[in-house]
Design a protein around this ligand. Structure first.
Ligand SMILES: Cc1ncc(COP(=O)(O)O)c(C=O)c1O
Length: 389
């Protein structure tokens, strides 16, 4: 069981604001900020390379803690500067050829979809986008029906930025494996709030970011690359960290997910990310998931009682992301009003979700995203403020 008093004490800003923008960037535990600033100070005192040597164990903890959280091997995870770069590196390692097909869905993260459009425009890769059902869920049968002899990969976002329903990625993983397709999962909004077991989930690549539900520093992310199914895939670029210069005219790409990493990195960020993962692992993903779900259900239920408010999550598979609209008030105005009252939320913009918000809802929506350190009292206060605004 999570001690709410303890996790709020570990999160100093809880004292003066209601932070419902965890899907944008969560508040880090104080231990994370301390680890980052301590390392920056060490760099100032010793020099950057020397500080990294001193901090070897803290750097290694990033890999150990992430592997523990995902139930995978340490050699299967790479530190990346962002989830987008991680996802793109995985996609480009597939070396897709003209006519190859990639299946995705209408909730795909904007930058991922842009990369797919880019591959389509530049290399003639065919993009097939499966629409979600009325309840916001992507039916794996629709994906199965869209697979052809030319399909090479399936790319799905586990929980979308603009919609909080949890997608059935395990079913799609089974399907992809059955058809010999590469399965690429964007877990940016799910990792840190939903238990992910990569021993069971049949995916080849999975990416995440540090700053959202994992509560790590900004400018950090990761890529998981399945040891058995991705070792023959070459990264889109190499450097002296991901490859060895074997002879003047030859090089060897390193084994493991390290081949997707860059030599230069924000070492303080790696250390802070490791601390955030350690913090989450010590609370336990099951407890985290249960608490977030309870809060989201409560918010979802209470919102239904406000006149003129529409909640956009309609499935039973709720995450901590709750999106809503209010008649006659723009999402931007609601966001502004709430911010002025000390409540952080965010706006999911239709221009960044052309396939669902823009085509179906035809408007921006307000996004309230909850974490386990939020309280029932904050949910009630949010409801009161929204009803009065
Ligand atoms: C679903 C999803 N994927 C990917 C990203 C991008 O993450 P990053 O900014 O680390 O590249 C986001 C960020 O909002 C997201 O919501």
């Amino acid at each position: 069981m999570i001690s709410l008093a303890q996790v709020r004490a570990d999160t100093p800003a809880c004292e003066h604001l209601i932070h419902f923008n965890n899907a944008g960037c969560a508040l880090s535990p104080a231990a994370v900020t301390t680890a980052v600033t301590n390392h920056l100070r060490l760099e100032q005192e010793l020099g950057g390379y020397e500080a990294a040597n001193e901090a070897e164990r803290d750097i290694a903890a990033f890999y150990t803690e992430l592997a523990k959280m995902l139930h995978c091997d340490e050699t299967e995870v790479a530190f990346m500067e962002s989830a987008t770069r991680a996802w793109q590196s995985a996609l480009l390692s597939l070396d897709l050829q003209p006519g190859d097909q990639v299946l995705t869905a209408d909730n795909e993260y904007a930058s991922n979809y842009l990369s797919l459009l880019y591959l389509s425009r530049k290399h003639g890769v065919e993009l097939i986008t499966v629409p979600s059902d009325n309840d916001g869920l992507i039916d794996s049968q629709r994906i199965a029906d869209s697979i052809t002899a030319k399909t090479r990969a399936v790319a799905l976002t586990h929980v979308a930025s603009q919609r909080g329903d949890i997608q059935a990625i395990a079913e799609v993983g089974d399907l992809a494996r059955e058809h010999g397709l590469i399965f690429l999962v964007d877990a940016c909004q799910s990792v840190g709030q939903i238990e992910l077991n990569l021993k069971q989930l049949k995916c080849d690549f999975l990416c995440g970011t540090g700053r959202k539900y994992l509560r790590g520093p900004r400018g950090t992310g990761f890529l998981y690359a399945n040891r058995d199914t991705t070792q023959s895939l070459a990264p889109p670029v190499v450097d002296l960290h991901s490859a060895t210069w074997a002879s003047p005219a030859d090089f060897e790409i390193k084994a493991g997910a390290i081949r997707f990493e860059s030599w230069e990195r924000n070492v303080a960020g790696v250390i802070g990310f490791g601390k955030a993962l350690q913090y989450a692992n010590s609370l336990g993903m099951e407890s985290i998931q249960t608490r977030i779900r309870l809060l989201a259900e409560s918010l979802n239920r209470k919102l239904q009682s406000i006149d003129g408010v529409e909640v956009h999550e309609r499935s039973a598979h709720l995450s901590g992301i709750v999106t809503l609209s209010r008649v006659n008030t723009e999402a931007e105005t609601l966001w502004e009003n709430l911010q002025a009252l000390g409540v952080n939320t965010s706006v999911a913009k239709r221009q960044n979700a052309r396939l669902d918000l823009d085509s179906v809802l035809k408007r921006d929506v307000l996004r309230a995203s909850l974490h386990y350190y939020n309280s029932e009292a904050e949910v009630s206060r949010f409801i009161d403020l929204l009803a009065a605004s």
